[in-house]
Design a protein around this ligand. Structure first.
Ligand SMILES: NC(=O)c1ccc[n+]([C@@H]2O[C@H](COP(=O)([O-])OP(=O)(O)OC[C@H]3O[C@@H](n4cnc5c(N)ncnc54)[C@H](O)[C@@H]3O)[C@@H](O)[C@H]2O)c1
Length: 275
């Protein structure tokens, strides 16, 4: 069988860890050239090394997706490294900064909208010449346009709500609106735009809070993780009775990026183990 993403130029944000990392490795194994983007240099470099050591093609792009100039830097890295066509973008980078509404600060609220909504919007906008114009040129040259894919990562918190996550769930709901609108705007360029919404995937984001890990943002340590008793409760509520492995989450993203999804656009794929 042919690799599903042979010679496709792919960008994955938040690809140094968790779901993004597993997606980068899976995509590379399917023949993709991958821009491995992450806030943190060491994990991004490790993923690039893992891909290139096995004969794949990857390049790192380190930086904060919420920085004003980051979208342009990311797209330029892809174009300089792999050429002027961008085939797949996975907007995955993110974290959580929980709090009940009556105690939530403006900073907490804005941070989640910026990382989960504004950054995907800016990346898509910056990629537009390498998607829309590339498609137009293909059509002029061959009469056809290849299928390009944009996959925005959401959460069941965005679809169903989650106490303590007004900021995160609002941003993850809004990215569905971005997805559906873009599907209508760019369908004419043969771009499929979909959301993949996860339930509970075992990553640093959902590890036991008792481990005490934090994400560093503007000299501030923001605690990540879920209290162990809540993790166990979540698992008990999932019909499959377990969280997903990052590789299983990546499988759903590959499905939406692959030719198997060439006629699927504007959709939300729930990947929740039935939750
Ligand atoms: N794990 C889950 O159960 C779950 C459920 C629903 C949705 N999600 C979503 O999946 C995505 C990936 O999460 P994960 O679980 O793999 O977490 P993770 O913490 O394992 O990986 C996220 C990666 O994103 C990077 N990142 C975070 N903020 C960034 C920024 N501002 N700029 C650049 N990179 C940044 C981190 O450095 C990290 O390497 C997130 O959007 C998350 O909201 C996860």
């Amino acid at each position: 069988m042919n690799p599903l993403l042979k010679d496709k130029n792919c960008i994955i944000t938040g690809a140094g860890r968790g779901i993004g990392r597993a997606t980068a490795l899976l995509f590379a194994g399917e023949g993709a050239r991958v821009v491995v983007s992450d806030l943190d240099e060491a994990p991004a470099a490790a993923v690039v090394e893992e891909i290139t050591n096995t004969g794949g093609q990857a390049v790192a792009c380190v930086g904060d997706v919420t920085a004003d100039d980051f979208a342009d830097k990311l797209i330029q890295t892809a174009v300089d490294s792999f050429g002027p066509s961008i085939d797949v973008i996975v907007n995955n980078a993110g974290y959580t900064w929980d709090g009940v509404i009556h105690k939530m600060t403006d900073e907490q609220w804005e941070a989640m909208l910026k990382v989960h909504l504004t950054s995907p919007f800016r990346i898509i906008r910056a990629a537009s010449p390498y998607i829309r114009d590339a498609a137009k040129k293909e059509k002029e040259a061959t009469g056809q346009m290849s299928s390009r894919k944009i996959i925005n990562i959401s959460s069941i918190a965005g679809l169903d709500g989650n106490a303590g996550q007004a900021n995160y769930s609002s941003a993850k709901a809004a990215v569905v609106g971005l997805t559906k609108t873009l599907a209508k705007e760019w369908g004419v360029f043969n771009v499929c735009v979909n959301t993949v919404a996860f339930g509970f995937v075992e990553t640093r984001l959902t590890q036991a809070k008792e481990k005490g890990d934090a994400i560093k943002r503007d000299d501030r340590d923001i605690a990540i993780g879920i209290p162990e008793n809540m993790r166990q409760l979540f698992k008990a509520m999932i019909p499959l009775k377990r969280a997903a492995a990052p590789e299983e989450a990546a499988g759903a993203i590959l499905l939406m990026a692959s030719p198997l999804a060439d006629y699927i656009t504007g959709e939300v794929l729930r990947v929740t183990g039935g939750l």
